[in-house]
Design a protein around this ligand. Structure first.
Ligand code: GLY
Length: 379
């Protein structure tokens, strides 16, 4: 089990990563001095895990009610949020009560926003079930629902009181989703932790896994491998923990987490969400590194090493030909991180280090996008 601490001006809280950490929920709540009733908001695909959480919480002497929310991005809606409010307020929620969010980024964002806004703020404990949420979304207090004009446009910063990432839940993830999550782990290596990048490489070299990466690996059949992967996940979560501690409200350092996301988000939209977020981030990371190379900020070797590592974890850096539609440049311009009309590009300078630039010439971006849209990113 790995434990780390987020320290911001508004909150200090533990992030715990490891097998079966959900069993500790009541002890963790008690350690935080939390004594109210528990309101569990869980992804409807996680009925077994939700029942386990209920059992542990009741065994610890807490009252618990559960609401299952349909899986998928469509649940980050005003309508679903209203259902949460009806359930919480109709059920008599009190200020001292505790909301538990069990699921991936969608549930964390939705339940987090409901907690941020009900009775002017309820305690939220994040219980991430996906790799992406364990290393990124569940840590740092961003909560949101979508608006018809864009993703995450209505939200608030509301730091959790505890984050418990139970890695045994990764066994419930479809292989493709687990694979997509590795993109964010690799991203954290590139932006801030060269040692994590090397450790990811060493494991891939030692294991010689087939293209597809360590996706089928999350089962009890190979405890040594799951232990090694857990250590890498904890190290990636530590990067997020550090970044949020430095910059809670995204005034500076936190933007570096957006590496690969400027082009990644545009691809996500252009592909009509047929590609997973992490798959798009992998393509976006490769494109951003190629932009950095063109600007003389990084070497061709960095681009190759990043591409090789993404490949080793089963992630392609090419757009599937059927999804190539053009129009990425326009979509990029609409990115939330655009400041006064200028895109803030997060670009690698070395493995483990990035810089933020708002002066990237349009033609350099166009050139890299053109290779993507022509399907020749790897040439
Ligand atoms: N997922 C990026 C952030 O939390 O800032």
């Amino acid at each position: 089990m790995y434990s780390m601490t987020v320290r911001t001006a508004s909150a200090t809280y533990p992030v715990v990563v490891g097998a079966r950490v959900l069993e500790e929920i009541p002890q963790r709540l008690a350690a935080e001095g939390l004594q109210g009733a528990v309101w569990l908001i869980a992804d409807a695909a996680l009925t077994t895990a939700a029942a386990d959480v209920e059992r542990h919480v009741r065994a610890g002497g807490y009252r618990i009610s559960t609401l299952l929310v349909p899986s998928g991005e469509a649940s980050k809606s005003a309508q679903q949020l209203q259902e949460l409010y009806d359930w919480l307020i109709g059920g008599g929620v009190e200020r001292r009560d505790i909301v538990l969010a069990l699921g991936g980024g969608v549930i964390g964002d939705l339940a987090g926003y409901a907690a941020a806004t009900t009775l002017r703020g309820l305690t939220i404990v994040q219980l991430p079930s996906t790799l992406l949420a364990m290393v990124d979304a569940a840590i740092g207090g961003k909560t949101a629902i979508n608006h018809r004009l864009g993703k995450n446009l209505i939200g608030a910063f509301h730091q959790p009181r505890v984050v418990l990432a139970d890695t045994t839940l990764l066994a419930t993830l479809p292989a493709r989703e687990l694979r997509a999550g590795w993109a964010e782990v690799i991203k954290h290596g590139v932006i801030r932790d060269g040692g994590l990048f090397s450790a990811l490489n060493e494991l891939a070299d030692a294991r010689h896994w087939q293209a597809g990466g360590p996706t089928a690996a999350w089962d009890a059949a190979d405890p040594q491998l799951t232990e090694q992967l857990t250590a890498l996940i904890a190290r990636a979560a530590a990067v997020k923990t550090e970044v949020v501690s430095l910059d809670e409200f995204e005034q500076g350092e936190r933007i570096t987490l957006n590496y690969g996301h400027t082009i990644g988000h545009a691809i996500e939209q252009a592909a009509g969400y047929q590609l997973l977020h992490g798959e798009c981030v992998a393509i976006g990371m490769d494109a951003a590194a190629r932009i950095a190379e063109q600007l003389g900020l990084c070497s061709a070797d960095l681009v190759r090493r990043q591409r090789d590592l993404l490949g080793a974890y089963g992630l392609s850096v090419q757009l599937p030909p059927e999804l190539i539609s053009g129009g990425l440049a326009e979509l990029i311009q609409r990115d939330k991180k655009v400041l006064q009309g200028r895109i803030r590009w997060v670009l690698p300078t070395a493995i483990g280090s990035v810089t933020v630039r708002s002066d990237v010439p349009h033609d350099v971006v166009q050139q890299v996008l053109a290779t993507l849209e022509l399907g020749s990113a790897q040439e």
